[in-house]
Structures are given as C-alpha cells and as structure tokens.
Write a protein that binds this ligand. Structure first.
Ligand code: C2E
Ligand code: MG
Ligand code: MG
Ligand code: MG
Length: 284
C-alpha cells in the first residue's frame, strides 16, 4: 500500500503476491458481513463408539456459503476470522447454535449426544470465555456434561498457568475438554497430566496411512496407550476405511470419526441418520 501511495515501486510486488493479497482482503471484507447475512452454517459429523458401534457424539464444523464463491472451507476463513477477531462473534454463534441444535435433537427423543465445538486460540484467550459459555448454557438449557470443547495443544501451552486456570473452570462446570489434532503440535507430555483433559483426538494425518505406513501405525499405538495410561479416552479422526477401523478397534481405540461412517452433514440430514438409527457394525 505504502509503495502504491508514493507512486514508486508498485511493480516491486509480483502479480501473484498482489492477487493473493487482494483475494485475502476481499475475503476478509466479505467475512465481516457473513454472519449477519446468514451465510454461515454448521455441519455435524457423528462420533461413533468402537465399544458399542453407536453414535455417542457429534462434532460441529462451520461452513461459509458465500454468494459468489460457493462453499468456502474453514481452513481458508477461520485463520482470517482469527486474525481479525471476527472469530469471537462467529465462535459465540457456533456455540449457541450447536447447543440449541443438540437440545433440539434431545427434544425430538433421540438419546443425548455430546456435542463438540472447536475453540480457536483467540476465543480461548478472551477474558470472558467462561462467562460466555455459561451464558450460552443458561440460555439454551443444555446440560454442560453434554458439551465438549476441542482445544489444540499449541493453544494450551501458550500460557500454561492461564490455560490450566481457564480449563479448570470449564471442567468444574461439567464441560468435557478434548485435545484436537493430537500429535501435530507442541506435545508436552509433562503438561498433559496437568490439564483437566478428558479425550485425545488422534490427528487424521496419522490415521490416513496407518495401514501402509508402520511409523504412523506406531504413533497411533503410542497415542492410544498414552491416553489409556493417563485415564483419557481416545478418538481417531479421518477414518475412511474398514482396514483403518479394524486396526483401531484391535488397538483399543475408544471412538472413531470420519467419512467411513459419515461425512459432516447439515442438521436435517443428521436428523435422518438418527432416525434410521445408523450404527457401525463391528467385528467381534
Ligand atoms: P478439525 O477440528 O480437526 O476437524 C476435522 C476436519 O476433518 C474437518 O474439516 C472434517 O470435515 C474433516 N474430516 C472428517 N472426517 C474426515 C475423513 O474421513 N477424511 C478427511 N480427509 N477429512 C475428514 P473441516 O470441516 O474442513 O474443518 C477444518 C478445520 O477448521 C477443523 O479441523 C477446525 O480446526 C476448523 N474449524 C471448523 N469449524 C470450526 C469452528 O466452528 N470454530 C473454529 N474455531 N474452528 C473450526
Ligand atoms: Mg475438531
Ligand atoms: Mg482435528
Ligand atoms: Mg484440524
């Protein structure tokens, strides 16, 4: 910008970089209106028990239906929302909508499922996070035991004492805490035992080549053992095949989530899945 205004080295920027910046700025300004314009929506992906084959949880995944661009992936707009601070109102909307949806399913007579919501670093650092979560639970009437918040390792170790403090408050309210993308961040095994965590989510990058890559298989084994020796439950993300499923079941993994059982679905399609009573058939 500076160069442009001074009328000097405009050509210094390569066209690609310039296009990239413009694209990013355009996306950013469109994101400012996305929430008010009702362009954000939630998809829900079932989490299935490897002990019973039943759906026991659901992860909430945000989508942006942009009028001109079509469906924009959260991988693309969550970082922008994070940098601009838009993640705070957006995140609050996600939390409120997910809790309300979960209660709506309960009201329709389906067995209560824990509903998982992803929290970003910026949200986690908000002074009033605990207050916001409390308000949403009060307003919707959801039992905190059915709310799970997914945190990443890097977010937790950024300011450890502060993190423990916030996590302890959420834990004391009855909320379940899980570590998302486990194994990809700054995994300090020392800190792990100090956080009030309930579940480790094995990152999908380890699950992906599990069957053909013995290193990935070894990492998955190690995470399952680690989780169980710390009395944590463990779920594998990105499970796409029967072979991956069989392996995880043999190793005692507690839950799975992935395209093999179901893609993330709009609420009404998820409702159909509950109506059908879809379960995972497990080898005995
Ligand atoms: P995540 O929380 O680790 O979510 C798992 C991602 O894996 C999701 O991507 C999901 O659609 C995808 N996935 C599920 N099963 C499979 C599978 O079998 N194979 C493959 N290849 N992928 C699978 P998605 O929906 O694009 O979300 C990407 C990331 O964006 C999430 O990763 C999460 O970090 C973030 N995100 C999504 N929704 C929210 C939100 O509401 N708030 C915040 N802060 N972040 C969100
Ligand atoms: Mg997640
Ligand atoms: Mg993940
Ligand atoms: Mg991820």
């Amino acid at each position: 910008h500076q160069a442009q205004r001074q009328g000097s080295n405009y050509q210094f920027y390569s066209t690609d970089i310039n296009n990239g910046l413009q694209e990013r700025l355009a996306l950013e300004s469109e994101l400012y209106y996305a929430l008010d314009r009702g362009e954000l929506l939630l998809h829900y992906q079932p989490q299935v028990s490897l002990h019973s084959g039943r759906i026991i949880g659901v992860e909430t995944l945000i989508r942006w239906q942009n009028p001109t661009r079509g469906l924009v992936s959260p991988a693309k707009f969550i970082p922008i929302a994070e940098e601009t601070g838009l993640i705070v109102p957006i995140g609050e909307w996600v939390l409120r909508t997910a809790c309300a949806q979960s209660l709506a399913w309960q009201a329709q007579g389906f067995p209560a499922l824990k509903i998982a919501v992803n929290l970003s670093a910026r949200q986690f650092k908000q002074q009033n996070l605990v207050e916001t979560v409390t308000q949403v639970l009060d307003a919707t009437g959801l039992d905190p035991n059915y709310l799970e918040l997914e945190l990443t390792e890097s977010l937790m170790v950024d300011n450890i004492q502060q993190s423990i403090n916030v996590m302890q408050q959420l834990h004391n309210m009855g909320i379940v805490l899980s570590v998302d993308d486990f194994g990809t961040g700054y995994s300090s095994l020392n800190y792990l035992k100090r956080f009030p965590i309930h579940t480790l989510k094995i990152d999908q990058s380890f699950v992906c080549d599990l069957v053909v890559n013995s290193d990935d298989a070894a990492i998955v084994d190690a995470i399952i053992s680690l989780a169980h020796s710390l009395n944590l439950s463990v779920i594998a993300e990105g499970v796409e095949s029967q072979e991956q499923l069989d392996y995880l079941q043999t190793k005692g993994c507690d839950e799975v989530q992935g395209y093999y059982f179901s893609r993330p679905l709009p609420a009404n399609t998820f409702t159909q899945l509950l109506q059908e009573g879809k379960t995972l058939s497990l080898a005995v």
